[in-house]
Design a protein around this ligand. Structure first.
Ligand code: DP6
Length: 328
């Protein structure tokens, strides 16, 4: 029996992944850039047991069946095949943030699962190999494997599409204040949404323009240029949501309270407060700002109708094996 635990943070994409060139392999249509989110985390323990008949997956203390359990077992099969072992496992996973509400719980989930399972199976993998495997479980999970500010390259081959860090977590003291407007799980998840992206007539234009946006975003981060970062991440958010709104069936993740913040935040910036929005596949609004502006951003968010809660995150490390959390 071998038991290993790992921790991983979700990440917030500044340049979004949306749509695949290969759905089964999760080879993305375009490259993306993200920041890992310390303060939010998934802890996962994997216990392989040669005597066990089936995998058993518990999330937030609830035994999972159906699609979520199959997705975890399918992912473990990739790692079991690599290790040449057929052992089944007990998997216990917990997030310290709402699951499935546009806060990329699948990213931290599959990054932590990959790191824990690889170690438990005795696989000695490089960060690049871990990132490739995590990507197969959930695309954005490959970006939660390396540290800090990360770029995931698109490629036609499995072994060429992985994420790597281009700046450490302490490179830029940013904060992400996540305005929770609705914490119910979304009805259409990212896996389904990613399959619909190619239906939108706007997707080809979004993908073709990606090198420009990646370049602007990477430069803004490396120069710690907040106005440049604000402008490119807000543009990228609107481009992705334009694709979502024009796929068939259409995906409308933005709620009236989301739109209110999309109007207010640039206004706050015009008034001299450095803050910018980015929004994933859900209604919640990630408000990026320098850490020394976070208190004022939070004060304004608290006064804004519809904001139920505010989660705090800052640039975080990559996935890590931690001492086994026996009895989880
Ligand atoms: C909107 O990585 O959750 O958050 O690969 O199917 O699991 P699957 O999708 P997922 O998609 C995330 C999309 C996004 C943008 C991003 O994180 O880049």
């Amino acid at each position: 029996m071998t038991i290993v635990s790992a921790v991983a943070h979700p990440n917030i994409a500044f340049i979004k992944y949306w749509g695949n060139r290969d759905d089964a392999l999760r080879l993305p249509a375009n490259g993306s850039i993200s920041m890992n989110l310390a303060g939010l985390e998934t802890r996962t323990t994997v216990e392989f047991d040669p005597q066990r008949a089936e995998d058993e997956f518990t999330l937030q203390g609830v035994l999972q069946e159906g699609a979520p359990a199959r997705r975890v077992s399918d992912h473990l099969n990739l790692l079991r095949n690599k290790a040449g072992l057929a052992w089944k496992a007990r998997i216990v996973s917990a997030n310290n943030f709402p699951t499935g509400a546009g806060i990329a719980s699948s990213a931290s989930a599959f990054a932590a699962l990959t790191a824990a399972a690889a170690a438990a199976l005795g696989l000695k993998l490089s960060e690049r190999e871990l990132s490739i495997l995590a990507r197969r479980g959930s695309g954005s999970a490959c970006r939660s494997v390396p540290d800090g500010f990360v770029e995931w390259t698109s490629a036609n081959r499995d072994e060429e599409s992985f994420a790597r860090s281009f700046a450490a977590p302490d490179y830029w003291a940013l904060a992400d204040l996540i305005a929770i407007l609705d914490d119910n799980p979304k009805k259409i998840g990212s896996a389904e949404g990613n399959r619909l992206a190619r239906n939108s007539p706007l997707q080809a234009a979004r993908v073709a323009d990606t090198p420009r946006r990646l370049d602007l975003c990477r430069r803004a981060i490396l120069a710690r240029d907040f106005p440049a970062l604000a402008s490119i991440i807000e543009e990228d958010t609107r481009l992705m949501h334009a694709v979502m709104l024009t796929s068939s069936p259409a995906l409308l993740y933005l709620e009236p309270d989301t739109l209110r913040l999309m109007r207010l935040i640039p206004r706050w910036r015009d008034q001299g407060l450095p803050v910018a929005y980015t929004i994933d596949a859900g209604p919640n609004v990630h408000c990026l700002c320098p850490q020394d502006s976070a208190a004022e951003v939070e004060r304004r968010l608290r006064e804004t109708p519809g904001v139920l809660n505010i989660l705090h995150a800052r640039p975080g490390a990559g996935a890590e094996v931690i001492p086994a959390q026996a009895g989880d």
